[in-house]
Design a protein around this ligand. Structure first.
Ligand SMILES: NC(=O)c1ccc[n+]([C@@H]2O[C@H](COP(=O)([O-])OP(=O)(O)OC[C@H]3O[C@@H](n4cnc5c(N)ncnc54)[C@H](OP(=O)(O)O)[C@@H]3O)[C@@H](O)[C@H]2O)c1
Length: 481
């Protein structure tokens, strides 16, 4: 004997129909809005379609297996639900209203006899669960959240060093995650450029942005690897709007050529993620004679971002995300030795100084470009288990492996800064796990106004002197005309 229970709930939201459908139909995001859900997982590749399957882990300790059996774009989706406790059919209907979109959720649960009896004892329980899920969906879609401000608690933890370092681990990620809001922003019309998208944190960020529907330009130094990533992301997400650009970000000739190509194409850049990175031991130089950490982690992002400014401004609402590192807390910028040529070279020190420089640029650009609607933020991925960490820091990797977070967890704040509506309200800050952290934890890493000025002047000189003559001449001719 079995017993059918029906839920029928409706909400109205002030969001366009296509945005609501895009958010809800990617059903693995249910963990953002249904308080009873611990985690949603997409089991099948591609965009949501008939046959797409999801595993939804409930906080109560069991899982539900969802399969989409009917899907009409912007109209309805019908899913079967299987679990140890019950089976169900859930239908979600979408319709346009004067002020936005109506979402109607109808679920028919089929409980086996013993549970049906339990259900009769608590008749309102299912209804409460359904209502709280729909209230959660309404809040997610209304998308009226505020970006967190810098908290004294976090700043103190960072200053005490050990509690701050704990936050870099996967435990810190898990602790912060409990306070997060849903991200229902629509990215279908946003163009994101991501450097270092072939591995680790950059690949994870690209994967998530692809699944959110953004139009991607991936920057890679290796064409074969880049093409493989494009194919992989296209097939996983069903998003075909993924292009590849080749550039070695430590070679300024390549960075200028990349900027030239993007400027010539003229497509606004809504999101720029400066992520490509590595740690070099011993000291190495590029073919252009630049020290590699400086070239890849500071000068490359400087030239690319400065030169793409017109395309960022064209967006009207652009986000620049600079992938920095907690390592910057240990170093001050050395403006007279940006290329670590004096004294004994340490890869970790050169790396941390370059990341410190990137934080200074973040603050500078944030102030200068606010009027153009461009927000610029820096973030720390935490300690993430990536090929970069394993190769560059094998000892650290072995010692901390069980505490490292996944590349996806490390990339989360990149995606949040790039996508979340509320993240667009803050600029010039340093973030870890969607929380604001101080950019310095002591006075000794602070640069003076004169040092900052000198850094900017040196970078600007290098931008000009590394620019191939042909593009320089073309610009001068244009100006003269
Ligand atoms: N993982 C962490 O715990 C951690 C912590 C703090 C900060 N970060 C920062 O996070 C960013 C990503 O690091 P990751 O750990 O994900 O490292 P990763 O797995 O080694 O990935 C680095 C990415 O950068 C690319 N890249 C390296 N050198 C390049 C160059 N010269 N030109 C163009 N692309 C280049 C790599 O391309 P290939 O695939 O061709 O090698 C790869 O796509 C870096 O900026 C790093 O400093 C990471």
């Amino acid at each position: 004997m079995s017993n059918l229970v029906t839920l029928d709930e409706t909400i109205d939201v002030r969001r366009p129909l296509n945005e609501v459908f895009a958010y809800v139909s990617e059903f693995s995001r249910i963990d953002e809005w249904d308080p009873a859900v611990a985690r949603g997982h997409k089991l099948t590749p591609g965009a949501p379609a008939v046959g797409s399957e999801y595993r939804i882990d409930m906080k109560a300790g069991f899982s539900l297996h969802y399969t989409i059996i009917e899907l009409e774009q912007d109209k309805r989706m019908l899913m079967t639900v299987d679990s140890k406790l019950f089976t169900a059919r859930e239908e979600i209907l979408f319709s346009k209203t004067k002020s936005g979109t109506r979402v109607r959720y109808i679920a028919k649960f089929d409980f086996p006899a013993p549970l049906a009896a339990a259900h009769r004892l608590y008749p309102a329980a299912m209804e409460r669960v359904g209502k709280s899920a729909m209230a959660g969906l309404q809040a997610a879609l209304e998308d009226d959240f505020e970006a967190p401000e810098e908290s004294r608690r976090l700043a103190l933890a960072d200053r005490l060093v050990l509690p701050g370092l704990w936050r870099f681990t996967r435990l810190g990620y898990r602790e912060s995650r409990r306070r997060w809001n849903p991200v229902s922003a629509y990215l279908g019309d946003r163009h994101a450029v991501i450097t270092g998208a072939t591995s680790g944190v950059g690949l994870a960020a690209a994967r998530e942005l692809a699944s959110l529907g953004a139009r991607l330009t991936l920057v890679a130094r290796n064409r074969r690897k880049g093409n493989a990533v494009v194919r992989e992301l296209q097939s996983e997400s069903g998003n075909k709007d993924i292009a590849l650009e080749i550039a070695d970000m430590s070679v300024m000739k390549d960075v200028h050529a990349l900027a030239d190509r993007l400027l010539a194409a003229g497509k606004p850049v809504d999101i720029l993620v400066n992520n490509a990175g590595a740690l070099f031991n011993p000291r190495q130089q590029t073919p252009e004679g630049l020290e590699k950490s400086f070239a890849l982690l500071l000068l490359g992002p400087y030239i690319l971002t400065e030169r793409l400014q017109p395309l960022l401004a064209k967006s009207g609402d652009a986000r620049v995300v600079n992938v920095s590192s907690g390592g910057m807390y240990s170093q001050k910028i050395h403006v007279d030795d940006l290329q670590s040529s004096r004294g004994r070279y340490s890869g970790s020190v050169a790396y941390a100084r370059a990341k410190r420089g990137l934080m200074i640029l973040t603050e500078e650009w944030a102030g200068r470009w606010r009027k153009d609607g461009i927000t610029v933020n820096a973030m720390h991925p935490g300690w993430a288990d990536t090929p970069g960490v394993e190769t560059a820091l094998p000892g650290f990797y072995r010692a901390t492996q069980h505490l490292l977070r996944s590349p996806e967890e490390g990339a989360d704040t990149i995606v949040w800064l790039a996508a979340a509506s509320e993240a667009g309200d803050v600029s010039g800050k340093f973030w870890l796990d969607r929380e604001q952290h101080p950019s310095h934890i002591g006075r000794r890493t602070r640069e003076s106004a004169a040092e900052r000025k000198q850094l900017l002047a040196t970078l600007q000189d290098l931008l000009a002197s590394t620019r191939p003559a042909a593009t320089r001449k073309k610009r001068t001719r244009k100006r003269a005309a």
